[in-house]
Design a protein around this ligand. Structure first.
Ligand code: GLU
Length: 379
């Protein structure tokens, strides 16, 4: 069975131990085969976003740092040197298939603060739209000890949910989750499918890490919680052999964590439930009708702005009678919003420059009030 068949947008996380050998060298032949797998997925019109570890592991070798445990300063320096080599390796490997790569280095504030989050999301979507493949890693060389992911398992889960990937694939040195650590327990059984991550599933994950990566099975199950709650399925598969993604399409063993709810539901719940409304946008009757048919809210349809908000804050959309008809994430801050209401898109560009993103609230970031679950399919 082709494990990747159901998915249109994949985030694929590659662990350090796959990309870098024990001597600190790049596993170039393995990467070349993986790049061929990725090119094949792309040829099937699937969006692929890569989260790649390996900066610290490569940088160690480059800088001649041979200590078993590096100090924080040393690993940050190693990440700095290694990230260049890592990006270059990806650019070359995918470049052979005519694919351009874009590098994005992330720290937790980017995935957790809405304004950064929206910007990063737009950049990733733009790269994908241009046919490029984003290569993402944590910005290890500047991340502070307290504010960092530290493991790319959870980082990749946040990235996957941020870009609304329908599946996160963690390529690792094990082929999935077992009832106990398989290296220690000969009776450990492989679990092909996890419907709900219960405390007993978490307990099975234990804490074993592989020789290079920071995360063990624990951070993978943590990643599973982040992903599945947001409507993204997760697969843990063994990546050490050549062509690991092709293997997954041909039935290789893995563990599938089912998404707990659809992405549209998760997003809707997030917009409707967990964020405070920082302002309102009153719209004219034409715009109110357009919203009901699933259109974005454009500046020209807005007649009044109240409140003080940043781009990405939640705003309520009111009809001419003052009734809330939708809620969504603002595409402009309140100052810019006040400047552009009632204006056509070309005038908006003239006022704010072509860098702005056009919609007052993009349809992907908009939830109709009272809409039935899933009737307003987002994203
Ligand atoms: N960001 C780290 C690196 O590129 C890897 C973190 C991890 O192994 O999960 O070296």
């Amino acid at each position: 069975m082709n494990a990747l068949a159901p998915y249109k947008r994949l985030t694929i996380k590659i662990g350090s131990a796959l990309l870098v050998d024990k001597a600190g060298g790049l596993r170039a032949a393995w990467l070349a085969d993986l790049a061929a797998d990725i090119a094949a997925l792309k040829a099937e019109k699937r969006d692929v976003v890569i989260v790649s570890s390996g900066a610290i592991a490569l940088g160690r070798g480059l800088l001649g740092l041979s200590a078993v445990a590096l100090t924080l300063e040393q690993s940050q320096a190693a990440a700095s040197a290694g990230q260049i080599a890592l990006s270059q390796a990806w650019a070359e490997a995918l470049g052979r298939h005519g694919i351009v790569t874009g590098q994005i280095l992330i720290t937790p504030n980017i995935t957790e603060e809405r304004r950064y989050y929206l910007n990063a999301r737009t950049t990733i979507a733009t790269l994908l739209g241009l046919g490029a493949i984003p290569i993402i890693n944590e910005n290890d060389s500047v991340a502070t000890a307290e504010i960092r992911y530290g493991d790319n398992d959870r980082l990749s889960a946040r990235v996957a949910t941020m870009i609304e990937a329908d599946c996160l694939v963690l390529l690792s040195d094990v082929d999935g989750l077992y009832t106990a650590p398989p290296a220690k327990d000969p009776d450990a059984e492989h679990l092909p499918e996890i419907k709900v991550i219960t405390p007993s599933i978490e307990a099975m994950a234990g804490g074993a890490a592989s020789h290079l990566s920071r995360g063990g099975m624990t951070t993978k199950v943590e990643a599973g919680k982040i992903a599945t709650q947001a409507g993204t399925a997760m697969i843990i598969a063994k990546g050490t052999e050549n062509h690991p993604l092709k293997a997954l399409t041909e039935g290789a063993r893995h563990t599938l964590f089912h998404a707990a709810q659809s992405r549209a539901q998760a997003r809707k719940r997030w917009i409707m439930g967990t964020l405070a409304v920082s302002g309102t946008l009153t719209v004219d009757a034409g715009a109110a009708r357009a919203l009901l048919t699933g259109k974005s809210l454009l500046p020209i349809g807005v007649t009044k702005v109240t409140g003080a908000f940043e781009r990405g804050d939640t705003v309520a959309v009111l009809n001419p009678d003052g009734m809330e008809i939708a809620r969504g994430l603002a595409g402009f801050d309140s100052d810019d919003a006040r400047l552009v209401i009632g204006k056509r898109s070309d005038a908006v560009i003239e006022l704010l420059g072509s860098g702005n993103r056009g919609a007052m609230v993009h349809r992907d970031n908009l939830v109709l009030v009272g809409a039935k679950e899933d009737s307003n399919e987002l994203g």
